[in-house]
Design a protein around this ligand. Structure first.
Ligand code: SF4
Length: 385
């Protein structure tokens, strides 16, 4: 395995099999681990050079019909104050995203499937498109007909194929829906009985068929997950031909069934600050390793260095951005709402501001890209169609 990793041509995509992936996920040899990161970075360089793309993300509502067992804003958590920003508040955020040059605006929320929500969201998507095109025209003194405005990405959960189509027709072109786990049995442990893996998988197929640049990902280090599951997850992401990978570490969330289970198992072994630090180090390393292996296997996908990493270690995002990741998603949810969107502990404190983000990206010798969409490079299978 050491020879195999170290003798590769820089930038060479490697279709690792399940056994090889599992061996690399659990490998303890530092030389191999460093070679893995280095090779992942060479593939990122091949497809994206030094460019780091930015997506401004607003968590416009924490209302949710679902009850995922690991989530801090799941339906049955009563201690959270529910909110939904109004259209004007969201449009102000879209101005912030545009003026910061982030190129893509991602709208994220819990899952609400009512016809009223869908109609409202269609209107919001259309309005963002219109307003950002007008802003572009004004900012760059360009004729409106030449202005593309912001690229719009959604992450609002499982909807019917028809509703995905309506949002596409309204102007949304990207969609992030994490599969959370490619193993239906593990998925069933992390969700209540009325949440079905097959439905989620079908949603991803629908999104791809409609033409969305489709993003997905998994929860890394969640209770019950094995290294074999993670190996299968990477193969799943590749088979699906995901255009974007948005995944992050499982971070303990109190008041949730999985959080309670974690506390009784892993949490019980964490007694001192040192233990806590070691656990965070382990989770950070595992997450970055999964990013690197995903890059090595998939090559062209946009892979986000999640904001959640900062809750584990202050420099974790920098490490991720030189080990396979090529985009960051600064959160621009206004302060008054942010504290109520705590899917995991520590998130509300880790909002990166533009200047810090630029400094961070420059500190690793890379360049942030402004006023560009940074669309995904097509999946090779799609190019054959
Ligand atoms: S993970 Fe998403 S869909 Fe599940 S309960 Fe949380 S907000 Fe709702």
């Amino acid at each position: 395995m050491i020879l195999m990793v170290s003798s590769l041509e820089p930038g060479q995509i490697l279709k690792l099999n399940r056994n090889e992936l599992q061996a690399l996920i659990t490998c303890k040899d530092n030389k191999v681990i460093q070679a893995m990161y280095h090779h992942a970075e060479s593939i990122t360089q091949r497809f994206f050079g030094n460019k780091i793309y930015l997506r401004g993300i607003v968590e416009f509502s924490n209302e949710c019909e679902k009850n995922c067992k690991y989530c801090g804003v799941r339906r049955s958590v009563k201690s959270v104050k529910r909110y939904c920003m109004d259209k004007e508040e969201i449009l102000k955020c879209s101005d912030v995203v545009y003026n910061n040059g982030y190129g893509t605006f991602m709208l994220q929320s819990g899952e609400i499937t009512t016809p009223e929500r869908l109609e409202w969201l269609e209107d919001v998507v259309r309005s963002i498109k219109k307003r950002s095109r007008e802003l572009e025209s004004k900012t760059f003194n360009r004729p409106l007909s030449e202005c593309k405005g912001l690229q719009i990405a959604l992450s609002v959960g499982e909807l019917s194929s028809e509703n995905y189509q309506r949002l596409y027709d309204a102007g949304a072109r990207r969609y992030l829906l994490r599969i959370e786990s490619s193993n239906p049995k593990l998925y069933a442990k992390l969700h209540p009985k009325d949440h079905h893996w097959e439905v989620r998988h079908q949603c991803l197929l629908d999104l791809k068929r409609i033409g969305y640049q489709t993003g997905t990902g998994i929860l890394i280090g969640v209770p019950y997950q094995t290294s074999w599951d993670i190996a299968d997850d990477i193969l799943y992401l590749d088979r699906l031909g995901a255009h974007m990978i948005g995944m992050g570490p499982y971070v303990y969330q109190s008041n949730t069934p999985i959080g309670n289970y974690w506390k009784l198992t892993v949490g019980k072994t964490i007694k001192t600050e040192e233990d806590q630090k070691n656990y965070h180090q382990y989770l950070k390393d595992l997450t970055i390793r999964v990013y690197a292996l995903t890059r090595i296997v998939m090559g062209y996908a946009n892979i986000a260095a999640t904001t959640a990493l900062i809750a584990l270690a202050p420099n974790a995002r920098q490490e991720a951005l030189v080990s396979g990741c090529n985009l960051v998603m600064p959160i621009i949810t206004p302060d008054e709402f942010r504290k109520e969107y705590s899917l995991y502990k520590g998130k509300s404190e880790v909002v990166a501001h533009r200047e810090n983000l630029i400094k961070l990206i420059h500190s690793i010798g890379k360049e942030p890209v402004f006023f560009e969409w940074g669309d995904a490079i097509s999946h090779p299978m799609e190019n054959k169609k």
